[in-house]
Write a protein that binds this ligand. Structure first.
Ligand code: ATP
Ligand code: MG
Length: 541
């Protein structure tokens, strides 16, 4: 993370130096039509982070101008997600708080000849809009008198017309090279019950018109948004100038966060939930904040990732492996270590009878974390993949005649493998060397491999869940999302875990040694461990 000012801060520094702005104010502006995703974390990082840096304010602004898609359920979830991220807002504000004023401003525009009621259908408006190379065509209703426009607009509000029968358009310039300035629609008729204003209104302002007004009324000085709004800035400025806003908020656009193997569009995420491709908005494979939280990704790691990814002006795509590397770094420093096996194979130490305790470092990267005791035993479980009947050269894990250290305990020699009728290995039998105990090894035996284990006598059954990415690799880029979907991305195993994990707090994340980072939870009385991120770092630095 660098402390050098990013391009947004440079602009703000300029505004402060010129004196046009005294105190910085931003807003985080979600539309309550779905759950927040990691892209929104970037927007929060920019909006809350910038305000914090300048000792300014940042409101939570619900952009609720589209009643047919918005719900109180989403408002509540968004609030909870922002709090979880550790941000707090100065004020909670809704676009709908301002509907009366937004309406009055529209009447003002009409009286000043800057807006007109248009009878063209949405389709006709689209067709007469022109293209990037051709100007649009003026509406035949463009030159209605202010009195007529005012009467019609009031009738629209009073419910005299059907949805879509009329609309209010700003009167700007049908031949502007910027399509957004070609008499954009600023009010539409829509009979939909609003989650806050109920049926009070049957006309609703459009985002591009409402947003600058709401920014101004809140006292926003810098309206930070993503790059797709760059072309809308002239309209943002037109609204401010036409209504005489002073000081006029300044819109600044930054690049969206895009991550490979992730979809970050609420519309698409919603589809995944609705068609049952995932278990819900909080499915651990979802890039939603609730999904990431459920997966055990700490909010601090998400913030750290946003900080490292930086604030840029140009769009780019970030590797998912980079995100994972940041999460892994964070957890490496914070997660306690524990042992569990995913695919258990019984290991018997034929010459061991005790049940002593061995020391186990809770987190070797943290000198203050200390140690705990783990009970060793005659019968253990090890990972099936740590034994080979037919080992390749340089195989240092369990093989007949080979020596291996059982993590933090003793060196054993593998003597025998027991197989069933179909030839599958059901147990391995070993000899241990009493002089080889970790920390006081004077056996003189060399064991290159170390394997983790769980004491069979005290082991708890655990459902272990591992995940692949929801979207197949970048090689599929450009194809339709539905073709890239990885429907078999959740894998469930019946494993064994040390009792320490069963006793741990709900939601805590552990490093399962040699395996990965897993979040502990209990479901229906069953211990579950679900993968946050694997140990393997495949980010190419
Ligand atoms: P989606 O495409 O997921 O529906 P949106 O832009 O419609 O997202 P909003 O609720 O309007 O969702 O977004 C709130 C704020 O978060 C907006 O300022 C938007 O620009 C920003 N935002 C959304 N996605 C990203 C992203 N991937 N990176 C950075 N900012 C984002
Ligand atoms: Mg949006």
């Amino acid at each position: 993370m660098s402390d050098a000012a990013n391009f947004i801060e440079q602009i703000i520094d300029g505004d402060l130096a010129e004196g046009g702005v005294q105190a910085v104010q931003t807003r985080f502006p979600p539309e309550p039509n779905g759950y927040l995703h990691i892209g929104h974390a970037k927007s929060m990082f920019v909006n809350f982070g910038t305000a914090e840096k300048y000792g300014g304010k940042c409101n939570l602004f619900f952009d609720d101008t589209n009643p047919s898609k918005e719900k109180t359920e989403f408002v509540d979830a968004i609030r909870a997600d922002i709090r979880w991220m550790g941000y707090s807002w100065t004020k909670e504000v809704y676009a709908s708080d301002f509907f009366d004023i937004i309406y009055d401003y529209a009447e003002r525009l009409i009286l000043e000849g800057k807006a007109f009621v248009c009878d063209l259908s949405a389709e006709a408006i689209r067709e007469t809009r022109g293209t990037l190379t051709e100007p649009g065509k003026e509406s035949p209703y463009r030159n209605r008198s202010a009195e007529e426009n005012l009467r019609l607009f009031r009738e629209m509000r009073a419910g005299k017309y059907a949805d879509g029968e009329k609309c209010l358009r700003a009167k700007i310039d049908m031949s502007s090279p910027n399509l957004n300035l070609r008499d954009p629609v600023i009010y539409r008729i829509l009979r939909a019950t609003h989650h806050r204003t109920g049926d009070k209104w049957c006309i609703y302002p459009m985002y591009d018109y409402a947003h600058p007004i709401c920014d101004y009324l809140q006292g926003v000085t810098h309206s930070l948004c993503t790059l797709e709004f760059e072309d809308h800035r002239p309209l943002y400025d037109w609204v401010g100038l036409s209504l005489g806003f002073s000081p006029k908020p300044r819109q600044i656009e930054f690049a969206r966060l895009n991550i490979t193997n992730l979809v970050m569009s609420k519309r698409y995420l919603k589809k995944l939930v609705e068609d049952g491709s995932v278990h819900g908005w909080d499915d651990p494979r979802m890039p939603t904040l609730t999904g990431l939280r459920n997966r055990g990704v700490p909010a601090e790691a998400i913030k750290d990732f946003c900080a490292r990814a930086g604030v840029a002006k140009a769009n780019s795509e970030c590797e998912i492996s980079y995100f994972e590397a940041v999460v892994r770094d964070y957890l490496n420093a914070h997660a306690p270590r524990a042992m569990a096996v995913i695919d258990p194979l019984k290991l018997t130490i034929t010459n061991y009878e005790g049940g002593e305790e061995v020391d186990f470092e809770i987190n070797q990267t943290d000198p203050n974390a200390g140690t705990r005791k783990v009970r060793f035993g005659k019968t253990l479980y090890v990972e099936r993949s740590d034994f080979s009947l037919d080992p390749p050269p340089k195989y240092f894990r369990l093989k007949i005649g080979g020596y291996v250290r059982l993590k933090n305990a003793y060196i054993v020699r593998c003597d025998e493998a027991i197989t069933n009728e179909s030839g599958a290995v059901t147990e391995v039998r070993c000899t241990y060397f009493p002089e080889s105990r970790s920390g006081s090894d004077n056996s003189g035996i060399k064991a290159k491999g170390v394997v983790h284990w769980v004491n069979a006598e005290t082991a708890e059954d655990a459902e272990i869940r591992r995940y692949d990415h929801l979207l197949k690799d970048a090689e599929y880029a450009g194809q339709d999302f539905s073709e890239r979907m990885n429907l078999e991305s959740e894998h469930i195993f019946r494993g064994k875990a040390e009792p320490y994990l069963a006793a741990a707090e709900e939601g805590e994340v552990f490093q399962l040694m040699r395996t990965g980072y897993y979040k502990k939870c209990t479901e229906g009385g069953r211990l579950c461990l679900s993968e946050t991120v694997s140990l393997k770092d495949n980010f190419n630095k």
